[in-house]
Design a protein around this ligand. Structure first.
Ligand code: GLC
Length: 495
């Protein structure tokens, strides 16, 4: 693949999308926002924490692969697993013990907006979409301060039984606590040594300890649901946070109640604008029952678009009964991209989606249904646009406006990404998914789907990795929805 050409395409795509964004009337974003307490690990921090335990105990706990954090050794085990593989993971904790322990023994560097809905709504408001309506069921006064202060960002609020739109600082619920997550960021090549085992961290990534306080409910107030028309006009919705649903609640309700209500919200949104596109952003979901319910009951048949990373593809395939494919995605050997591609195609089919967007280090793939209303070139522009956004986010840790996003254009395309794609090319051409020229353009034509693949920009020393995936998915999806809108407007103009 010709790097120079792809650099050029990034530039064109950035300005093409910038022109299209104003056509979008509005985006709805729900449900999860929280405060992220971010800590970058230095070797000294790590050895200090390891020194608090018997090293054999940590190693034994690693073998049990804890899926929730009940005590500090669970935490150490999951941290070392995440560092050993360089893979992001989000592990829940159901009490505040680990929070206190981390405050006492580690501390954090700074606090930031967290949660996919929080990160996405801040980004889209900063990119000057006409209107962004964010909904967070647990919007506390402190949390509200983490939203950007722009005149296009709104949150619904019930006043005397009537729903009106307010800016987040005027829409918070009094007497609500804030949800705080710990983000443990680590860098490539960090040396780790525990119980005689030594390794180097293979890539920049993070472990997230996600707090699940008992009062947390992924729900929508009745009045807001009933008067959902008051948030319109909107053209798209980006939904996330379903991982916070728990199997059973103290009040006797179960995950099924919450899943059913989530589906009602989606259906109501679509009934209010049949052309509305719905995107779900997946994340690490430890509980397999919940993971399966989210995929088969919320995503399948109800939403159009799914965004996820490679670990999440593997996890999704696993609960959908594709163990072998899941395993080969996770193994990431020479055939890594091929398995990711096959896995994403499988998800498109199993979940009856219109598009599946996978972001991986060095490349993105987007699988599309054959009859998608936009061209592959247009879809390629959306992916390239978000590659630039991701680079800007990695350098700056935050994107405040288009000018700050433009900084991403200066970041070079990853040569690792290009190399990985060269291997994939052999598979694609061999399987007649495309000609050599088509592959150079990033276009694939499967029997029952099309696909776009691009090499991406990679920042060597990112300020933080958390939230980059959300920026990628939000940039691409917003670009797509605005293009659909632009075409609709242009087609309806008198000739
Ligand atoms: C998840 C985490 C949140 C983090 C976000 C980044 O939502 O819970 O802490 O900010 O992912 O994608």
């Amino acid at each position: 693949m010709d790097i120079h050409e792809w650099e050029q395409r990034h530039i064109e795509a950035f300005y093409n999308v910038k022109e299209t964004i104003p056509y979008l009337d509005g985006m709805f974003v729900a449900y999860n926002s929280n405060i992220d307490a971010i800590k970058h690990f230095a070797e000294a921090d790590l050895s200090k924490l390891i020194g608090l335990f018997k090293e054999t105990e940590i190693m034994e706990r690693i073998e049990t692969y804890p899926r929730e954090i009940k005590d500090p050794i669970d935490f150490m085990a999951r941290l070392l697993i995440s560092m050993r593989e360089g893979k992001a993971a989000e592990i829940p904790t159901y009490n505040s013990d680990i929070h206190e322990w981390l405050k006492e023994h580690l501390g954090f560097d700074y606090a930031h907006m967290g949660g996919q809905a929080g990160i996405i709504s801040n980004l889209l408001s900063s990119l000057r979409l006409k209107k962004v309506v964010v909904y967070v069921p647990w919007l506390s006064q402190e949390q509200a301060k983490y939203f950007v202060d722009t005149d296009n960002l709104w949150h619904p609020k019930v006043e005397n039984g009537k729903v009106c739109l307010k800016h987040p600082p005027e829409a918070f619920k009094p007497k609500i606590e804030s949800k705080v997550n710990w983000i443990l960021e680590y860098s490539k090549n960090l040396n780790v040594s525990c119980d005689g085992k030594n390794f180097k961290v293979p890539r920049d990534n993070r472990l997230i300890i996600s707090s699940h306080p008992k009062w947390l409910r992924l729900d929508m107030e009745r009045e807001i649901y009933e008067q959902l028309n008051s948030i319109f006009p909107i053209d798209g919705a980006m939904l996330s946070g379903y991982q916070l649903i728990t199997e059973k609640y103290e009040d006797g309700s179960t995950y099924q109640d919450h899943v059913a209500r989530s589906v009602q919200v989606i259906e109501k949104l679509k009934s209010l604008n049949p052309e509305l596109r719905i995107h779900v952003e997946l994340t690490s979901i430890q509980n397999r029952v919940i993971r399966k319910a989210i995929l088969t009951e919320i995503v399948a048949k109800h939403v159009h678009s799914l965004g996820l990373d490679t670990v999440e593809i593997a996890n999704a395939l696993n609960v959908l009964g594709h163990e072998e494919l899941s395993y080969s995605v996770i193994m990431k050997e020479e055939y890594g991209i091929t398995s990711i591609y096959q896995g994403a195609v499988q998800l498109l089919k199993d979940l009856s989606l219109e598009r599946v967007h996978v972001h991986s280090l060095g490349f993105y793939i987007c699988i599309l249904v054959k009859d998608h209303p936009l061209t592959l070139k247009e879809h390629r522009d959306f992916l390239l646009f978000s590659s630039t956004l991701a680079a800007a986010q990695a350098i700056r840790g935050n994107i405040g406006n288009f000018m700050e996003a433009e900084v991403g254009l200066e970041v070079p395309i990853s040569s690792d990404g290009i190399e990985g794609l060269e291997n994939f090319k052999i598979y694609c051409v061999g399987r007649k998914l495309c000609t050599l020229e088509e592959f150079e353009s990033g276009y694939l034509y499967g029997p029952d789907h099309d696909a776009v693949i691009i090499p991406t920009k990679i920042v060597n020393k990112p300020k933080a990795t958390v939230g980059i995936g959300d920026v990628i998915s939000a940039g691409t999806f917003a670009a797509m929805v605005s293009k659909i809108k632009q075409k609709k407007i242009i087609n309806s103009l008198p000739v």
